[in-house]
Design a protein around this ligand. Structure first.
Ligand code: ATR
Length: 263
């Protein structure tokens, strides 16, 4: 029986086990996928168990996507450029770090036929998932990427990875075609991002959050006549890319799978 884990802190609310175990069963694979809450000191030990095949693969979530890198032998180019790893496996005898968040984000836009070429993008937030989003937006040939974060320094730090981004003050709203909420504001029903979008119409509002399904950010955007999308398909696509890496099988994404993530 092969063993897989998602590691993070907090981890209680992760839906990755539900999704992966569903696909494992559907594909008759002898494996189990569990969640494990860790602290920083336990990180090295668990990652090294991949080497002796005690654990066959690991998903990494907040706040360890960067921290795990020091314990890995190799990184894919995407993981290297974003300095962000969400999937680990053994390649030969090397522990390798991958970034499937990039594919998750890209595929979630492709699915709804959004073309990013020459689009002006505003990204809110500078946390763990933002390098992957910026990488994907560059790949998709966005014309400009503005990043706004409450703690401006953290957005400025992203310039070391991506020198084409513009950092603006939190609270500023420049002209954009697509806005992406990558902050954690919206996880609570009462959260309000505090930005005025009352004059913004016919744009795309993307929220990385998928639980709740419709954050206040998306509710307001819809009210003012904008297109909205939540992070559910990004989550499913990043999981399917990890699954494919580990099990060499493309898992099916259908209504039943999507419903697994509805509470
Ligand atoms: P981490 O920052 O540890 O990677 P994250 O969940 O990936 O965690 O990121 C949280 C994001 O939400 C950050 O961009 C954070 O802004 P700061 O860098 O200023 O902390 C943002 N965020 C969280 N609470 C916020 C709030 N009340 N107002 C504005 N932004 C907030």
């Amino acid at each position: 029986m092969k063993k897989y884990f998602v590691i993070g802190n907090p981890i209680e609310h992760s839906l990755s086990p539900k999704l992966h175990n569903y696909w494992i069963k559907k594909n008759d694979i002898k494996a189990i996928y569990e969640k494990k809450k860790l602290n920083l000191k336990q990180l090295k030990e668990i990652i090294l168990t991949v080497k002796n095949k005690e654990i066959h693969g690991i998903n990494v979530t907040v706040p360890f996507k960067k921290e795990v890198i020091r314990y890995l032998d190799t990184l894919t180019p995407e993981a290297e450029i974003t300095q962000s790893v969400n999937t680990i496996n053994l390649v030969g005898n090397q522990i390798q770090g991958h970034n499937t968040d990039i594919a998750g984000f890209t595929l979630s836009l492709r699915e709804i036929n959004v073309n990013i070429v020459n689009k002006k993008i505003l990204v809110l937030g500078a946390g763990g998932v933002v390098p992957s989003i910026i990488y994907a937006l560059n790949q998709m040939k966005a014309s400009s990427i503005c990043v706004s974060n409450r703690t401006k320094n953290k957005a400025e730090d992203l310039k070391k990875l991506f020198n084409n981004i513009t950092v603006i003050n939190w609270g500023e709203v420049p002209d954009f075609d697509v806005i992406i909420n990558a902050t954690s504001l919206g996880l609570n029903d009462t959260d309000d991002i505090g930005l005025d979008f009352s004059k913004v119409k016919n744009k795309l509002f993307y929220d990385v959050i998928y639980n709740p399904q419709e954050t206040n950010f998306l509710k307001k955007a819809k009210y003012f006549g904008n297109k909205t999308v939540n992070g559910k398909m990004m989550f499913i696509y990043q999981a399917s890319a990890s699954f494919n890496l580990w099990h060499k099988t493309q898992p099916e994404i259908n209504k039943e799978v999507i419903a697994l993530l509805d509470k």
